[in-house]
Design a protein around this ligand. Sequence first.
Ligand SMILES: [Zn+2]
Length: 252
Amino acid sequence: MIDYAGLMTKAAMLRKKLGEDSDSPIDVFALAQRIEGLSLVYYPLGENLSGMCIKGQGENNVVAINSTMTQGRQRFTLAHEFYHLYFDENMVAVCEKNLYSGKDVEKSADLFASYFLMPEAALLIMAKTLIKNSQKQQLTLEDLIHIEQYFGVSHQAIVYRLRFTPYLEQSKADLFFNVFVRSRAEFLGYSSDLYKALPIEKQYMTYGHYIKQAEQLFSKGLISTGKYEQLLLDAFRTDLVYGEEEDGDVID
Ligand SMILES: [Zn+2]
């Protein structure tokens, strides 16, 4: 049994707890890096999985995101993993790629992610305004692209969410669900980053607690330089070991 209202409340509560307002788009990647005790791993998890959440002792948790998926989808997966992290009693969650399928806990995590990234009131106000402006009865494909770009979610996530509202009838939703919108979005002047995966060399990355912990062990003299570098290399952080050009002006 899925508790829609309960999930909406949980999403609103977590936004508040993490210092976000109740209706703006969220930079969920940046937000995850600020969560105490969370290590965030981007890794190609294969064809069938979208992500994983592993809870450790105390505040020592790991979330892994399948980095081969589009960036819009990765954002959704990360919000989905927040559900496991904060509201699921299981210590380990392995999450399948297909949306809104599998056990109730998986469907709940998907709905939670949808509400977390697209708060109900903000989404419906936007849908209503777009319909009013276009003087049509229903949302158009262009309207949907506008909304998914605003909230930073995949096209499928937005169609799925709006198809049960008066703004997108079922037959249109079914039609729009399978449309490839990348080039349409580009012609409308949007960046197509949302619909693309990162290049292969950027699909391996670790952020957060693990990196901070390794640095603390090293700075306290508890591990050698070699061990510290090995820990960073194990976490795919060659950039920290071998350096990378930094942005910004050089000051003499
Ligand atoms: Zn899951």
